[in-house]
Design a protein around this ligand. Structure first.
Ligand code: BGC
Length: 922
């Protein structure tokens, strides 16, 4: 037995965070035991556990998180150890030395905010020299700076984080970070802190305004040195520090980029000056952002010399971060890097970045060095290099993917190459849009915390990675705004104009949806409790505004964003689709109310549970009255209409709704229409409502519009629009057209939930359902998912002889309801299994090698010579129509053909054709 991965509040060895409570989680692996008989958690202030300050033990302790009662002191490291005895008597104690460490908590700051003298507009670099009095056993730096800071001690960067102190509503608070710098301390030391503009004072927000939160560079720091003799020194920021101009030219920003000019001060005086004392509006708070660090190193795949004569680096993958390069250039060389996502007519292109200049400039001082920006990031695949001295050597350049630290938890592969690519594209979409908070896109003059995008993607995101701590930060920021907005959960943060806030469904519903996702995936009840007021306030606010005009129990007011970027709007380029906004909004209102009720249930708030349950029911009934005919037909006859009704469970009769949905798809020639509301859920809703085949069709069909279509056109991330890039490779427009928006990538949740079939029945997957949906099209699927309790696996493959092999793994302490598809005897078998690996091989009741059935669309047969030959023989007229690529007949099936007898498709002909087609195997 092995105990590992001890986490505190969802993080590994967190240092300097705001610990409102302390929750320890752990993992039990390498054991024959199925569950724990006894668990003991101990916390101590020393790694040897001589002085234990907290013990918690029992048989029912939850490895996904147990709260520890510790009266936390400031600037203290606590060690945590876990021992488990399994139900088979096996015992183990955690081996790794897990810890967490507090920052200053309530302790007053000795350091004060300092800033350059009035009139000094340049980028400052502050410095302090000091000597250590003796043997330093422990050194901690507590530091913040606005807009952004980067610190170096004795010439070496402090920590491995970028873009600190991260985004906050700086009117309210500014985070500070804590670094263990013990190993960097020498006898004589220099601490340097350089500041950039960042989100705080650079151009930011839809209005592209600078200085939203302040206009001055400021910093604050305390360096605590502990000596071997027990004494302490504190080096605190004050007027004894000095500053001078750095080599960064002013004008840097999140959108615009950065210029490092090694000759900036050449021939000019840059004396060290004395700072003045300052102060910021928001209060200093312990960090709640998880570190943003460099992850994948991206090599240059190709150096392209474009028709326009440009030199362009192709990294082969769209991502967010920056480029690092090795410079050994003559003094004065000015290198300009421009960033783009796509080439147009073979040339560099960046019009879709709109006002964001997205440029990195470097002026060489003639010194060899490794160069990279510090105060910005870019979203890109291509980089135009101008001004380089000589031929560009790809080895000199390397892309660095930047995102918030999150453990990757979902790994999925099938026998369908482009489905695998889609999975990868969605993950890259997530990585690129997880720089401190979930953003809509990482490249243009936006990169904002659009709540709808995050809501839509959060389910998929939380299978892909352990998002608990990352989203906790976003929820913290959202709550900060919500409190100021009297319950409204804004459509986007930052909120720049509180008078004109987007108060809309789907976006605002993140208030209830995100905490629900987090509780389902990570089983953190304490977190649910913390988010509960946010969930409730959102629903209460709508309820209040609804009752003010006489309680309709509908969210049918306010400007809504509707089915954003759907294709059935006024035109294919419209922002909004054709589905009734208020129908969508009211269904989401009902779901949010239900989620508040469920959360109340989990937290033991009985009255609330009943109240919000009843409210949800009232909304449901109001939706049925307003948007359904008396006999149960949905009056909102759009794809997203049906998807939303099925997703929210609002209908009079499900079978009827599903049938009408099918008719809608037929009328749409099976062309996907949905936008942000419909499309991400489409396959999942289909797969979970008896439309397995349709789900797979929409996922894998290659024509426009669809996921595979984008991949066919070269997508390496998820596009904002279905038609972001047209068939001929040109961008469809520049007004709002990003190639790295994750919303439509949420479809991968269907791969986890339905294709691999892994769903949580109890929070954290303590009890899971594993019900894979197998298909010839995918051939096999292998999922491995690292839940908070351990690794689940769900794997299936269709073997040559047509038999099915299924492998399921359930981690320690968990159980799963397994459903074997097309298992003999019953049509499917459901049974419960405990921890361990379980494997099944059987001959399915359905011929899994058959390529077609009566519902298969002819479009799926046109490349199959055998099928086309049979069609030509039995129904020559149909063959003619298919050869002519007749849209309607391409999207017809054997079932449909039978009803077209009046066009000459005689019953016997169709039956004979069917018999042959249904026999074809692949
Ligand atoms: C963003 C979207 C966002 C939308 C809502 C766009 O500009 O990029 O993803 O959700 O606005 O209005």
């Amino acid at each position: 037995m092995k105990i590992s991965k001890i986490k505190i509040n969802g993080m590994t060895n967190p240092v300097g965070y705001a610990f409102d409570s302390v929750r320890a989680a752990w993992l039990v692996t390498e054991t024959e035991a199925k569950k724990a008989d006894h668990v003991r958690i101990e916390a101590a202030e020393d790694p040897g556990f001589e002085n234990i300050i907290c013990t918690k033990e029992g048989s029912a302790l939850d490895s996904a998180g147990e709260e520890l009662e510790i009266r936390l002191k400031c600037r203290t490291r606590y060690y945590v150890r876990v021992s488990v005895r399994g139900d088979n008597g096996e015992e183990a104690v955690s081996e790794e030395c897990a810890y967490f460490e507090t920052a200053k908590r309530e302790e007053p700051w000795l350091g004060s905010w300092i800033k350059p003298q009035p009139g000094d507009r340049f980028h400052p670099i502050f410095e302090k020299t000091f000597s250590a009095r003796g043997d330093v056993t422990d050194a901690r730096l507590y530091i913040s700076g606005v807009g952004m800071y980067t610190a170096a001690l004795n010439g070496e960067k402090v920590g491995n984080e970028t873009l600190t102190p991260y985004f906050s509503d700086y009117h309210t608070e500014v985070q500070y970070q804590t670094y263990d710098v013990t190993d960097q301390i020498r006898e004589d030391n220099t601490l340097c802190v350089e500041l950039g503009n960042g989100w705080y004072k650079g151009a930011f927000g839809l209005s592209y305004t600078s200085g939203i939160y302040g206009s001055e560079y400021q910093m604050i720091a305390e360096l605590h040195l502990k000596y071997a003799d027990g004494s302490e020194d504190v080096i605190a920021s004050d007027e004894s520090w000095l500053y001078r101009g750095s080599d960064t030219e002013d004008g840097d920003g999140i959108y615009d980029g950065e210029t490092i000019n090694r000759l900036l001060w050449e021939g000019r005086d840059n004396p060290k000056r004395v700072p003045v004392s300052g102060g910021v509006e928001g209060s200093l708070t312990e960090r709640y952002s998880v570190p943003v660090t460099e992850h994948e190193s991206m090599p240059v795949r190709q150096v392209i010399h474009t028709p326009a004569g440009e030199t362009v680096l192709d990294f082969g993958q769209n991502f967010a971060g920056y480029v690092q390069f090795h410079a050994d250039l003559p003094k004065g060389t000015r290198v300009v890097l421009d960033f783009g996502e796509i080439l147009q007519q073979g040339n560099f292109y960046r019009e879709n970045y709109r006002r964001a200049k997205s440029q990195f400039v470097y002026v060489s001082g003639g010194r060899e060095e490794i160069v990279k920006p510090r105060f910005t990031f870019f979203g890109f695949r291509y980089v135009r290099v101008s001004g380089w001295d000589g031929e560009v050597d790809p080895e000199d350049f390397c892309g660095k993917a930047l995102y918030s630290e999150m453990e990757e938890t979902g790994f999925f592969v099938t026998g369908h190459e482009n489905v695998n690519r889609l999975f990868s594209n969605a993950k890259w979409g997530q990585k690129s849009n997880s720089i401190d908070f979930p953003t809509d896109c990482p490249q243009r003059d936006e990169r904002l915390g659009w709540t709808g995008d995050a809501q839509v993607f959060s389910g998929a995101a939380s299978y892909n990675m352990n998002t608990a701590a990352f989203y906790n930060k976003f929820l913290h920021d959202l709550r900060t705004e919500q409190v100021k907005l009297d319950g409204i959960l804004p459509g986007v943060i930052p909120v720049l104009d509180p008078e004109n806030v987007a108060y809309a469904a789907v976006w605002g519903d993140i208030a209830a949806f995100l905490p629900t996702v987090l509780y389902e995936r990570f089983a953190d009840k304490k977190a649910l409790e913390a988010y509960y007021p946010m969930m409730k306030d959102w629903v209460d606010r709508i309820d209040r505004d609804d009752s003010a005009r006489g309680h309709h129990y509908l969210f049918n007011f306010n400007a809504q964003m509707g089915d954003w970027l759907a294709l059935d709007g006024r035109s294919e380029q419209s922002m909004k689709g054709g589905t009734d906004d208020y129908f969508i909004a009211s269904c989401y209102y009902s779901m949010s109310a239900k989620m508040v009720s469920d959360a109340a249930g989990a937290l033991g708030y009985t009255e609330d549970r009943a109240h919000y349950g009843a409210l949800s029911g009232k909304i449901r009934r109001a939706v049925l009255r307003e948007y359904f005919t008396e006999s149960g037909k949905l009056a909102v006859d759009t794809q997203t209409g049906y998807i939303t009704a099925l997703y929210s469970g609002i209908y009079r009769e499900k079978e009827r709704l599903v049938e009408d949905f099918r008719t809608r798809l037929y009328k749409d020639c099976y062309k996907l229409k949905g936008g942000f509301v419909g499309a991400p859920l489409m396959c999942r809703v289909m797969a979970e409502n008896g439309m397995e085949q349709e789900a797979l069709y929409f996922l894998t069909q290659e024509g426009y519009p669809g996921w595979m279509h984008c991949i066919g056109l070269g997508a390496t991330t998820i596009w904002e629009r279905w038609n972001s890039v047209l068939e001929d490779g040109t961008m469809s427009g520049t007004m709002m057209n990003s190639l790295n928006h994750f919303a439509f990538g949420a479809v991968v949740e269907y791969l986890y939930r339905d294709v691999a079939g892994l769903k949580a029945l109890e929070p954290g997957f303590r009890k899971a359902s594993i019900a894979p949906q197998i298909s010839k099209k995918l051939g096999f699927a292998r999922l491995s998912y690292d839940s908070v309790y351990g690794t689940f696996r769900s794997e299936w493959k269709i073997q040559k002889d047509g038999s099915v092999n299924i492998l399921v793994e359930v981690p320690f302490g968990c159980s799963a309801e397994v459903e074997l598809p097309y298992a003999p005897a019953l049509d499917k078998e459901v049974f419960e299994v405990g921890a361990g690996v379980h494997e099944y091989t059987y001959q399915p009741t359905k011929n899994m090698n058959a390529l077609y059935d009566k519902k298969t669309l002819f479009v799926e047969m046109v490349d199959d010579e055998r099928a086309m030959e049979a069609i030509g023989r039995h129904t020559p007229f149909l063959k003619l129509l298919l050869d002519q690529r007749d849209e309607e007949f391409l999207h017809e099936s054997l079932t449909g053909l039978r009803e077209l007898f009046y066009m000459g498709f005689a019953e016997e002909q169709v039956d004979a054709l069917a018999e042959e087609l249904l026999r074809l195997e692949g």
